[in-house]
Write a protein that binds this ligand. Structure first.
Ligand SMILES: NC(=O)c1ccc[n+]([C@@H]2O[C@H](COP(=O)([O-])OP(=O)(O)OC[C@H]3O[C@@H](n4cnc5c(N)ncnc54)[C@H](O)[C@@H]3O)[C@@H](O)[C@H]2O)c1
Ligand SMILES: [Zn+2]
Ligand SMILES: [Zn+2]
Length: 365
């Protein structure tokens, strides 16, 4: 065991994280201990902190992290101490039928969803009680212990803050565009919500050669940033988004992406896409918040509404590819980072997120 500073959600009712010392286990067989270099602050962490999703507690938040290999358990032979790695938060079992088909992103038994290691244990303790790494990552801590297959080695040329964002917002946006929507060059797209995930969608749409790219948000600063990332049109969102989208495109967009997690904005997506268009749910609503959709119009107009988890990504394939796109200047991931915080100031990062501050906050160690 070693001691580490960590930011954890102490109880379901708490709306602030506690920053204190936790005990981190030695890595057992097949496990690796990572010394974190950076952790992004993602909307999915805020859902937990704001009590919108139930999680075991205490939970060390953070699932968008990168760092260096500090030590390895028995059987881990293909990494070396000091290697730079990105941690993935969706850790498939590699045994179920989906994994066998190569569709690891829809694994039936991802242990990370229960915030536990594959053997059901947790590597963290607080005051002699179990503590849980959020999504089996827990990157808002100086150290994390994860299975070897949760790590993707990455070039040392990629700074940790950029690498961390590849581990959630960037790969989620890129994968939703490329894998889930299958965006074709020249086609039009709408992104509702231009936060960390929305801006990642926009830069990926640019990389995929989309034509008109419409960004909608309630924050003018977020829209200004969206234009910097390549949005061709912006809409300061209110109730008439479908009309605004038709004014810009004539008949609706080819693809729409919701990147907030609000039932209302998810429900209006089908009304924003043209006949035969595709609407992709990326933002995650609170638990028990059903979405109302005009099913008659959806069917009669041949539209598709799909969900996207982690951009249907294969991390060992996609993380190095995204790192390369960053290094060659094709994906300006560093420009997503608008604020850097020490771990001790993590609550300020969440206050700014709740207030709708533009861009991404990153915790640097
Ligand atoms: N599907 C996945 O695999 C996946 C992965 C990562 C994150 N997410 C989800 O994506 C969502 C966004 O995450 P994020 O980190 O980008 O959050 P964020 O807080 O950085 O961004 C949210 C953006 O939405 C805007 N917004 C809020 N209310 C709005 C409204 N009514 N109309 C228009 N814009 C509005 C905010 O101004 C902000 O710019 C969250 O629900 C998160 O859980 C999903
Ligand atoms: Zn995330
Ligand atoms: Zn599986």
């Amino acid at each position: 065991m070693i001691s580490a500073r960590a930011a954890f959600h102490p109880s379901p009712a708490a709306r602030e994280l506690t920053v204190d010392t936790v005990e981190v286990a030695e890595p057992g067989p097949g496990l690796v201990r990572v010394r974190l270099g950076a952790s992004g602050v993602c909307g999915s962490d805020r859902h937990v902190l704001d009590g919108e999703w139930s999680m075991p507690s205490p939970t060390v938040l953070g699932h968008e992290g990168a760092g260096t290999v500090e030590s390895m358990g028995e059987g881990v032979t293909d990494l070396e101490e000091g290697d730079h790695v990105i941690i993935t938060w969706f850790q498939p079992c590699l045994r179920c039928s989906s994994c066998a088909e190569g569709r690891t992103w829809v694994c039936d038994n991802a242990s990370s969803e229960g915030c536990r290691l594959p053997d059901g244990s947790t590597p963290l303790r607080k005051d002699d009680r179990e503590a849980f790494p959020y999504l089996a990552v827990g990157s808002m801590a100086e150290y994390a212990v994860v299975p070897r297959h949760a790590l993707v080695p990455i070039s040392r040329e990629v700074p940790f803050d950029v690498a961390a964002l590849i581990g959630c917002s960037v790969v989620t946006g890129f994968g939703a565009v490329v894998n889930d929507a299958g965006v074709q060059a020249g086609r039009s797209a709408l992104v509702i919500g231009a936060g960390g995930v929305g801006l990642s969608l926009i830069m990926s749409l640019v990389a995929a050669g989309a034509g008109k790219i419409i960004a909608a948000d309630i924050n003018p600063e977020a829209l200004a940033l969206a234009e910097e990332f390549g949005a061709t049109h912006t809409v300061l969102s209110n109730g008439d988004l479908p009309d605004k989208v038709r004014e810009i495109t004539g008949h609706g967009v080819d693809y729409a992406f919701e990147a907030i997690g609000r039932p209302e904005t998810i429900g209006i997506m089908p009304d924003c896409v043209r006949r035969g268009g595709k609407a992709v749910i990326v933002g995650l609503p609170p638990e028990d918040a059903p979405v109302s959709v005009d099913a008659l119009a959806l069917a009669e107009q041949g539209k598709t509404l799909i969900g996207s988890n982690y951009g249907s990504t294969v991390p060992p394939r996609d993380f190095p590819l995204l790192a390369q796109l960053y290094l060659s200047g094709r994906l300006p991931i560093d420009r997503l980072i608008t604020r850097r915080f020490a771990l001790e100031d993590v609550n300020e990062a969440f206050s700014l997120m709740r207030a709708g501050a533009a861009g991404r906050s990153v915790i640097v160690y």
